[in-house]
Design a protein around this ligand. Structure first.
Ligand code: FE2
Ligand code: FE2
Length: 272
């Protein structure tokens, strides 16, 4: 079986992540990757559309794993062991966190790149850049967690957009150019319905004057990871400089309402 080396390395989180894996972890990851590729190739050769799981089938998997699905990706690697983390510098900046904790950050960089190309406001480009990085810490209700993480440092529209993109991604809006993503049949199950707090939030948002802010995050959210796209944070440095209030003491040391969250991301190996 032919292996696309680049895609394989990208699927593991990039060359640096691979360098940190021991031989056994690499072998496991390769085997896992080949199985997935083979399944996909067989299904494609047989002309079958991908079969998405049901909610019950997803629930069946819970006690087959030693990690819950909601664990942040800094805490639970789904490919081999977690890796040793480089210490953050004193007075850590947002850029330090992107480079040392959120990398490769492909998903948010690709989304923000698209937002830049489609002429979004700077508040929305920043929201796209930040919208999912809290997934490194925790996954359930990531819109609310993510907004809380960024709220002390970004414009109100940006944190509003981060908080509510989680709700709006479940509701299509063809006029705005957003369809329910196939990816969600895979992640949530084909017969999934959002819980009551999401439905109530959607009702509130429909009549909100800022409805379009989180909606534009969903429109620019990319559901298909493109391993060939080369994206960096460089094009966003000016926007970060203009709109992100970098604390001089460093993120995590500035005693803001979310400092503890930045510290936990900085030091996920702390035992208590
Ligand atoms: Fe998200
Ligand atoms: Fe996203």
């Amino acid at each position: 079986m032919e292996i696309d080396r680049r895609s394989f390395i990208a699927s593991l989180g990039g060359a640096a992540a691979v360098a940190g894996m021991d031989a056994e972890a690499k072998a496991d990851a390769l085997e896992h990757y080949m199985e997935e590729q083979l399944d996909e190739q067989v299904a494609a050769a047989q002309g079958q559309p991908e079969k998405f799981p049901t909610v019950a089938e997803i629930e069946e998997r819970i006690d087959k794993s030693n990690v819950r699905r909601g664990a942040g990706s800094l805490f639970a690697s789904n490919r081999g062991n977690v890796k040793k983390l480089e210490k953050l510098p004193k007075n850590a900046t947002l850029l330090d966190f992107y480079k040392l904790r959120f990398e490769p950050a492909n998903h948010v960089l690709q989304s923000a790149t698209r937002a830049l190309k489609t002429g979004m406001s700077e508040e929305i480009i920043l929201a796209c850049l930040c919208h999912d990085v809290v997934l490194n810490l925790i996954k359930p209700d990531h819109g609310w967690w993510g907004a809380q993480l960024f709220e002390p440092y970004v414009p109100e529209k940006t944190s509003f957009a981060i908080r509510y993109h989680q709700t709006l991604r479940f509701y299509a809006d063809s006029e705005a150019g957003y369809e329910y993503p196939d990816q969600y049949y895979r992640i949530f199950g084909t017969d999934y319905t959002p819980p009551p707090h999401i439905e109530a939030t959607y009702k509130m948002l429909k009549n909100h004057k800022w409805y379009m802010e989180p909606r534009l995050v969903t429109v620019n959210d990319l559901y298909a990871f493109d391993p060939k796209a080369v994206v960096t944070i460089d094009p966003f440095m000016d926007i970060i400089g203009r709109h992100f209030k970098q604390p001089k003491e460093g993120l995590g040391q500035d005693n803001s309402p979310s400092s503890h969250m930045w510290r936990t991301i900085a030091n996920p190996d702390a035992p208590l």
